[in-house]
Design a protein around this ligand. Sequence first.
Ligand code: ATP
Ligand code: MG
Length: 400
Amino acid sequence: MQYDHIVVRYGELTLKGQNRKLFINQLAKNVRQALRSFAAIQINKTRDRMYIVLNGEDPDAIMKRCQTIFGIHDMSLAMKVRNDEEAIKEAGLQLLKDKEGVRTFKVTTKRSNKDFPITSQQFNHVLGGHLLINTDGITVDVHEPDLEITVDIRKEATFLTSDKVIGAAGLPVGSSGKSLLLLSGGIDSPVAGYLTMKRGVEIEAIHFHSPPYTSERAKEKVLDLAEKLAYYGHSVRVHLVPFTALQQKIHREIPHGYSMTVMRRMMMRISEAVAKQEGILSLVTGESLGQVASQTMESMHAINAVTSYPVIRPLVTMDKKEIIAISESIDMYGISIRPFEDCCTVFVPKQPKTKPKLEKVEQMEALIDVEQDIQDVIEAVETVTIKAKEGETNALDELF
Ligand code: ATP
Ligand code: MG
């Protein structure tokens, strides 16, 4: 007998009261989408778990792909058998024998089907006894067993599972609305996008580039990062903003100490306008407090003042080391460190003000008329949709 199912447990979803159904439907949709290349599988969802019926598809490959789907707390390979004592015993023995190197085991029975005539406690003994009689040198250890066999006796059938594989946790992408991620080619913003998606948020991205100062390769790098993000959802739309003319104007007309602050404020304004156009209600950035001149408290205050949209900053309190650890664990670091210029680094002044004053920035901006420039930029935005590659696997370390 072989594993024929994967049991998927929701974890945090179980706390979500009346929204639960929506969350479960979203998760099922995401699982279906992520596993679309496994044509034979079926997905059955119940209130507290989901069953993936394998129908002969590769269980290990499916488990691996499922480990990158947010909203899954943990999973187990499972055998489904009839609610019949002998059938369960036979499957339990098979499960134990198939596992190599097991010296000790424990049986845990859960009987939600009260029509089944044997209580959970009794059944632990029934199956435990059967396993002891039919194996050599294997004993019971209820505290630290090598193998725990879980017998879940439900209305429709009994499911036997052993090892639990930890999932990506979080909430299903799409269950918490949508955000617009300011995506550079750096290390931080892709991680910020990933962490936001982990809270169930679908992501669109906006990227500012300044050809010919920034190259085609720099743009490709951003699209490659978007593709990695798409792996955690279905796809990511990327809005590419031609920023050259506006940056040149800022460079020309704003005192250099303040040009970086003004440029950031323009990025925020344009991002908010694109978000509004797309019906998106919040922005995400990879800012981390104190990391660079644009991320001091004063800078954040001056930059943030141009938008009333919520700005999600998942990295705001993180150290660079922590951010890099996540970036590596989700396979993005290698792309982020490719040596291509970003529009912000091309035009960044030698000594940007680290403590810009809001009133001063506003006065300076009042002297240049940028309304039309912003409008022109927004009209020239090019949007591409990036899909996750089929068969791609992102390594997910056990960080969470
Ligand atoms: P990152 O590693 O994400 O580039 P960073 O530490 O280099 O971040 P900054 O360059 O100051 O920091 O950028 C702060 C944030 O502004 C970024 O995390 C990103 O959200 C946004 N940002 C910077 N440059 C761009 C860009 N060219 N297009 C879109 N967003 C950008
Ligand atoms: Mg950067």
